[in-house]
Every structure is written in structure tokens, then in C-alpha cells.
Design a protein around this ligand. Sequence first.
Ligand code: SAH
Length: 318
Amino acid sequence: MYNLLSPSSPWRAKAIGRLAYGCFYTTPSTPNHLLTFTPTRFFSHLLHRRRRTVSLLRPTTLSSCPSFLTGNSHFCGMAVIILHYLLVVLWLLSGRGIRDSKAMVEGLQSYGVISSEKVAEVMGTIDRALFVPDGTPAYDDSPMSIGYNATISAPHMHAMCLQLLEKNLQPDMHALDVGSGTGYLTACFALMVGPKGRAVGVEHIPELVSSSIENIQKSAVAPLLKEGSLSVHVGDGRLGWPEFAPYDAIHVGAAAPEIPQPLIDQLKPGGRMVIPVGNIYQDLKVVDKNMDGSVSIRTETAVRYVPLTNRDAQLRGY
Ligand code: SAH
């Protein structure tokens, strides 16, 4: 069961027509408070997110205003309360309530999705609005179409993957982002590993590689792209990117029928890969390479991603 009105709810994204075919998580480990809907919780969430608006329209202040039509202050107060909730619900449904990365991060923190200070800082610094198509609600917690039958993952998925990989995204480490799409997560990786590290994106749609480079050039990690510690390449991500291997962290942003061997080979001992595996039913797998070269694999949660496939199949619509 989902909280149907949660920003993380795929239902909500569907209802407002933005879930093309994307990445959202259907997690058994979703915090309990995300899984239930109660009007009280819903409104307290609204109050939390819209603190500034609420204080401006606080019913106690406004209910004391006399109605110039009826002279009945009680009537006026009730009408304002109803109007207020109507406006807030419309605002929420429009998906345009969250105004910047910091507010997006605060929302994810309040749901318990982001617990890491570092991840909060990074997602607050890399502005998602620079990476989504113009006119889309950048900070809404849902996947969005980026063309070519691909999507940018929802912020909660980016947050989850960054947290799973955090220990392997320390300064000077090497990170590979397979299916880098918009370049958002590659940019986050670059910020974490820093100028002496290496963040590499691989994407098989050349147009997406070009636009991701343009996005990155507008972002806080533009200098890292210029200096060369951040790079994005056209290629089949199932083969990894041997040039900068081995990697401490590998993220795969599309679902593979099975874990590609070249990616396991390019993982450093002590390294970690996060990869969705499956076809219709997919699990986010966490693959840890042990110091003796063996791997341990566990399932983090159930997810839905676009397939890791060949370019023609993707452009045909799979
Ligand atoms: N993580 C990115 C994009 C996720 S969508 C973001 O959030 O912006 C998955 C991406 O994987 C798409 O851009 C798709 O084109 C790419 N992809 C799928 N199969 C691929 C392959 N074999 N090699 C490289 N990229 C691939």
C-alpha cells in the first residue's frame, strides 16, 4: 500500500500524467509513515511543507476579519479555511509546490528517505532543475521522461543509490554511472569523489550524452568536467568503461536481465555496485566485491527501471 498522496507515490505521478516508464521504488522497506494515508498526517505534511504560506493564511488571523458581505466573521473564517485547503491541494496536485533543491532535500529528509548529511548536501548543491527538460516540475519526487524512451529517476531513487554507495564515493575514489541519461547522478558522484577522484558516465544515446554535458556545464561541477575528473562517454554500458577501472562504486540506472560480467570485473575489491535486475519484476541489488575477489549480493528493494538494452531496441520502444 502507498500513501496515495505522498510525493513519492507513483499513483500521484500517474494521476498527473508524468510517469512514462520510469524508476520508482515499491519498497518493502519504505518507512511505515509513507505507507499509510490519514487526513491528519496529510494535512500536517502540508503544514510542514508549506509553513510559510500557512503562517500567512493562518485561519485564526483571518477568521477575525469581518465579512464585508455578511458582516459574519465566523462565516468569513470558515470560507477562508476551505479556500486555503483547496488552494493547497491544487498546488500539491500541480506538482509545483517545491521551489528548489534545498526544499526537495528537506522533504526527502522529513520522510526519512535521506538520512545522510553528505547526500543531503550533494543533492542540495546539484540543482535538479538544470537536468530535467524545461517546463517540467524539477523538484517533484517522480521520474520524468527525458526523451528516447528514457527517464530521469525520481529524487528518492537518486537519494537511495547515493546513500547505498556513500562509503564508496569518498574523495579520490573512482565511480562509474552506467546509463547516465541526464548526467544528474554522475554530477553528484563527481562532487563526492572530488577533483582527485574520477566520475565517469556511460550512456548509449549520443544525444543524451551531449545534453548531459551541457547540463553539467551549467552546474556546480562544471570545473570538474573542464579539469577532466568528470567525463561522460557514448558507449554500451553493459561493457562498463575499462579506461578508468577498477571502480570503487558502480551505479546502473537501467534494469539488466542479469548482472553484466564486465561490470563485476571492473569493480575494485572492496567496491560496491548498485544495479536493478529483472524484467517486469525488478530488484535493486547491492553487489559487494570482497577482498578475495568473490562477490556478495543482496536485494535492497523492489523497483521499476527502464531496461538496460541495446540502442535500437530502446529507440523502437523495447
Ligand atoms: N540515471 C539517469 C537515467 C536513467 S534512465 C538519470 O537519472 O538521469 C536509464 C538510462 O540508461 C537511459 O538514459 C538509457 O538510454 C540508458 N541505457 C539503457 N541501456 C543502456 C546501455 N546498454 N548502455 C548505456 N546506456 C543505456
